[in-house]
Design a protein around this ligand. Sequence first.
Ligand code: SAH
Ligand code: SF4
Length: 387
Amino acid sequence: MSVTDLTAAERERILAKAAHFSPPDYVLSDGRRDLVGLSREELVAEMDAFGEKPFRAKQLWHWIYHQGVRDFSAMSSIAKPLQEKLAERFIVGRPEVATDQLSKDDTRKFLFRFRDHEAVETVYIPDRREDRGAVCISSQVGCTLSCKFCHTGTQRLARNLSAAEIVGQFMAARDAYGEWPSPRGETPRLLSTIVLMGMGEPLYNYENVAKAMKIIMDNEGIALSRRRITLSTSGVVPMMDRAGEELGVNLAVSLHAVTDELRDEIVPLNRKYPIKEVIEACRRYPGASNARRITFEYIMLRGVNDSEADARALVKLIAGLPAKVNLIPFNPWPGSAYQPSTPEQLKKFAAIVMNAGYASPIRTPRGRDILAACGQLKSAMEKDAAE
Ligand code: SAH
Ligand code: SF4
């Protein structure tokens, strides 16, 4: 049975239930605990319970997040007997690499599987011009929000990812590229930025996403600056304020429509947080400036939201905001209801936005051949079951 065979009521019920699924605990069936995903304070507490002083947590943090070491016996600043004791009680975990696919354009898609066998996709998108690139990370298995153009939103089951599972995607991608240890400062490297644009709505899993980002930004570990992290949301207004205050990462907002009537239909969350409230939250977002602009994502759907009048309404809507507009050509997936805009229409739309003073890059789809492009992510298990 495909998810589209369900009635709207059944779908609502399943998704409402699924929304409460929380991630598995970090204790393995053999009783060992995964140290990845603990905050610094939790790691100190864990060591305290284990009879070790706080400096032990500091050492472990360095080995785990700066050096990328998983094997306690390689942690040379720790005496051998203690290494052995640690290995009996703890692990430094990673998600399992279920599949690893390379696109013709060097985009690489991983399917990472977790302990309960749920899986998410993580995509590495190299920058064509430089030796760097973005890791597109998932925040949930599936998504409960059902935007009409999005493949992830058709996935039946959903649960939140734990902080360990979110950090683990980045760490496992680093393993695949051999990018340990972490550089000091902002040295360019292949995995240089993170975009929270994979599967799921990060602001519907705020606590775990925030914890994961704090681990990734910690100066003594991976040390990625908040300027190198972009969180994309479909507009969970109250959580946008919190993310701005507590994390200060770059913000991307999936706008996609300029009237509530259309946005209600294609981004159903709009019925809860309409356009006006989303834009107001953007105006309040701390640190937004010309140097750190808010990105508005706008998916170009042929004959739906891509007219020149739409473009003019868009620039009016965001007037005065330090912003750029990312025009995303719609990436079709099997069974999707829309067509991508024509290249001519895309250019006309982009020109209007640009003439109003906003950078309006047209995002080139990457990794289309391996279904790694925006909005095409969906776990392989679900694909097998549903199509
Ligand atoms: N839930 C968050 C982040 C994940 S979606 C959000 O919606 O912002 C990341 C981006 O992919 C969003 O801008 C989304 O609108 C876009 N997207 C979804 N489906 C797409 C498709 N079929 N083609 C192109 N982009 C798509
Ligand atoms: Fe969820 Fe984002 Fe897809 Fe909408 S576009 S269904 S919010 S992942």
